[in-house]
Design a protein around this ligand. Structure first.
Ligand code: G3H
Length: 273
């Protein structure tokens, strides 16, 4: 059983478990999943102020999730998986942050490796999207991470720091104070491979060090840094025991409501002290 060092450490950072459904679940399936997730968490008397829970459905399910969350006054947060750097206009297929805000989204993931790799998103594009998120009052979950070749060369910290320097260029201290950063080693996404807790801690700590360099005051201490990469109920507690890991961005395991609820309930599986 993992030891939850943070149970005794007053960080002020509320852990966040965010379920990135990727391109899974239509709007009817989304409703079912959210209902089951909510029931499971209610049964466990989940304290959402102690561990925040968010779902990130495809765009087409956002309205259904909003109706459910607002209608039934659920404590769940939700958000989108991407947004346009533009607010409106001739951008066929793009979705404005203004639309997401109108749908009650709290979060938007930006710069996921599947967007960077599959859609050629550069750090410049990611940076523009981060700024667009703030324009519309959305909280970015800014993703970063290295591919296997970079990891094999031992350049993971250097790579992630360079990504984030570019992605946060021009982002103000006030804005940065609310950003969520998700460290996702690409080689551990959807592969069943998971970085060791020490691997996750190494890069998450480096991210916090970079934030301290970029922003004065208590920004670095307050920003939540998530880990993503084949997180499951079976490994989440060990990852969450790391000092600089404040939650998880969960892919595959988040479309199983029982498994995702168990991830959100990771404290049930740890020893305090
Ligand atoms: O956004 C989530 C990450 O890509 C991790 O996905 P995964 O949990 O399926 O490995």
């Amino acid at each position: 059983m993992a030891k939850d060092t943070k149970a005794t450490r007053p960080t002020g950072r509320v852990p966040l478990m965010a379920g990135n459904w990727k391109m899974n679940l239509d709007h009817l399936q989304a409703t079912h999943l959210v209902q089951k997730l909510d029931w499971t968490l209610r049964d466990a008397k989940h304290d959402h102020s102690a561990v925040e829970v968010a779902v990130l459905p495809p765009f087409t399910a956002l309205r259904s999730v909003q109706t459910l969350v607002e209608g039934d006054k659920l404590d769940l947060r939700y958000g989108a998986q991407d947004l346009s750097p533009h607010t409106s206009g001739a951008y066929t297929g793009d979705i404005s942050g203004a639309f997401l805000a109108k749908l009650g989204c709290t979060y938007v993931t930006i710069g996921h490796s599947e967007r960077r790799e599959g859609h050629g998103e550069t750090d410049e594009v990611v940076n523009a999207k981060v700024k667009a998120a703030y324009t519309h009052g959305l909280t970015p979950i800014l993703c970063c991470g290295e591919a296997l070749d970079v990891r094999k060369e031992g350049r993971q910290v250097e790579h992630v720091v360079a990504q984030l320097r570019a992605d946060l260029d021009g982002v103000t201290k006030e804005q940065a104070a609310t950003v969520v950063i998700a460290y996702e080693p690409i080689w551990a996404i959807g592969t069943g491979e998971v970085a060791t807790p020490d691997d996750a801690q190494e890069v998450c700590a480096a991210i916090r060090t970079l934030l301290a360099e970029l922003y004065s005051g208590d920004v670095a201490d307050g920003v939540r840094v998530l880990y993503g990469g084949s997180v499951k109920a079976a490994n989440v507690a060990a990852i969450m025991a790391q000092e600089d890991v404040d939650g998880a961005l969960v892919g595959g395991a988040s479309i199983d409501p029982a498994e995702f609820a168990a991830i959100c309930r990771y404290r049930d599986h740890v020893t305090a002290g």
